[in-house]
Write a protein that binds this ligand. Structure first.
Ligand code: BG6
Length: 486
């Protein structure tokens, strides 16, 4: 891969979880791939008063842990020469002088400010950067999700950040868009003529999107307990997957053509209002159980969780898209922590033949399913009915299966490797535009309001299961079942 232009990458929240687990390992890998020029700099920015040496050794132990076998001591020592640390208290304007000193004379280089902090600091940091005179024409700002808690707070942040950075310099991250498999979904839909004629009502009966995690809330209790699965996962990752599944073919692959089409999907989502939340959504919260045979505590026993918390760790819902293409085709979305498997999967169930001439196979599964698995492995499986060998016309579902890892025999880039490179290159395609974010919140907010109005508390589920029984009932009422239940 080609060398990236020389850059300064400034990581606010530099000692935090995301930087340690994802961003530094991603930058290390790009360095190992020979893409980072010797003059590029990576600057950790945090409140702690530590030296660059301390920061480097902290970063090293994080990278050793999260890169595992990929970590190489010699590579690390050349990578670490890019690292610096600067102590900045986000709200203290004077602290930013240290940054402007560090950046002086490098104004003609790409400069990426990555805000990996709580989003209520985004406006303050932006204003202080501007006051310090470090927002150059080549500067970009990366905003981590969740951006705000609702439409009003998101709008305020966008407005404030927008007074400092024009929209074309703002990169709103949804790391699912950086996953190779998600881009593959675009390739599948828009690189092949085969699927497009089938991709509509009358041929598709329903679509399922599952993002299941085995992990619990880990060390993020404080953040998670005020956020919940609806805001942490559905508002962004699941809705983005839904957009890519449902969008019209864009006129080109340029950022705005793609984002225009995604926006149309979000705007066409039928609002879930009032009592809809009781019939079309399910909230859940895990209690103690076992994941892969190991006992795990319940959500209320996790660190930094209020003992009477009613935050949901699971959401299932039925979404409908009011367009000609999708009228009458339900999209069932489901996500949760401490579920049975780590699994991200999109399942398209096609209609049955209009006039069957053979006996139906003895299975509840539909004849034709397209299963696009994004995690843990990447695969595409199309189920068709074939004749069972032997006498008589007995049909049986069989799979046409493509394992993408096997096929390409190469490691997929981690989402953050791709996204960080895109920020340096200035490619906005895989980032959310302001109006997309706004439309997503506008659909999410009434769900939360409905839960509050009807005092809809999360239903408990055992850690290591597939969520509360109500989730199976939600899809079962329409005569369908989740893919894992078939
Ligand atoms: C993050 C959420 O955005 O996505 C986490 O905040 C979640 O709660 C994570 O665990 C899942 O990402 P991935 O890439 O592991 O599927």
């Amino acid at each position: 891969m080609a060398l990236l232009p020389t850059f300064d990458m400034l990581l606010f929240g530099g000692t935090g979880d995301l930087v340690t687990r994802k961003l530094l390992p991603a930058l290390y890998r790009r360095h190992a791939a020979g893409q980072v020029s010797p003059e590029s700099r990576i600057v950790g920015i945090g409140r702690k008063a530590i030296s660059t040496e301390d920061y480097v050794s902290q970063a090293e132990s994080g990278c050793r842990e999260f890169l595992g076998k990929e970590f190489d001591a010699a590579r690390w020592s050349s990578f670490s020469t890019h690292l610096n640390y600067v102590k900045v208290e986000a709200a203290v304007a004077e602290d930013y002088a240290a940054l402007s000193a560090l950046l002086a004379g490098r104004e003609d280089l790409v400069r990426v400010f990555f805000y990996s902090t709580a989003s209520n600091l985004f406006a303050t940091i932006s204003h202080n950067l501007a006051r310090a005179g470090v927002v150059t024409p080549l500067a970009r700002v990366v905003l981590e999700k969740p951006l705000g808690n609702d439409v009003a707070s998101a709008e305020l942040i966008n407005q404030e950040v927008g007074t400092i950075f024009p929209e074309r310099q703002i990169y709103r991250i949804d790391h699912y868009l950086g996953k190779e498999a998600v881009q593959n979904l675009m390739a599948l839909r828009f690189g092949n003529a085969l699927f497009e004629p089938l991709w509509r009502r009358g041929l598709i009966r329903h679509v399922q999107i599952t993002v299941a995690e085995e992990l619990g809330v880990e060390r993020r209790g404080q953040f998670y307990d005020t956020t919940g699965a609806l805001r942490d996962m559905v508002q962004n990752h699941l809705l983005q997957l839904l957009c890519i599944m449902a969008m019209e073919p864009p006129a080109s692959s340029d950022p705005d053509s793609v984002r225009d089409e995604k926006l149309k999907v979000l705007r066409a989502l039928r609002p879930l209002r009032d009592r809809d939340v009781l019939t079309k959504t399910v909230r859940g919260q895990y209690k103690a159980g076992a994941v892969r045979g190991a006992p795990v505590p319940g959500y209320l026993e996790e660190a930094d969780i209020a003992p009477d918390s009613t935050t949901e760790t699971f959401v299932a819902l039925k979404a409908e898209i009011d367009t000609w293409r999708w009228a009458g085709v339900p999209f069932y979305l489901r996500t949760g922590k401490r579920l049975q498997d780590r699994l991200t999967e999109l399942v398209v169930t096609f209609d049955e033949v209009p006039h069957p001439i053979f006996d139906k196979p003895p299975t509840t599964q539909a004849a034709n399913l397209l299963v696009i698995r994004l995690q843990p492995d990447e695969s595409i499986t199309l189920t068709i009915l074939a004749k069972n060998p032997g006498e008589g016309m007995r049909l049986k579902p069989v799979d046409l299966a493509l394992d993408l890892g096997e096929t390409f025999k190469t490691r997929s880039l981690d989402a953050y490797e791709r996204l960080l490179m895109d920020t340096v290159k200035g490619n906005l395609t895989l980032f959310m535009r302001r109006d997309e974010l706004d439309a997503a919140w506008r659909w999410i907010d009434p769900i939360r309001a409905g839960w509050e109005q009807y005092d809809e508390r999360p239903k408990s589920y055992i850690a290591g299961s597939w969520g509360p029984a109500a989730s199976s009932a939600l899809i079962g009422r329409d005569g369908f079942a989740w893919h894992d239940e078939i």
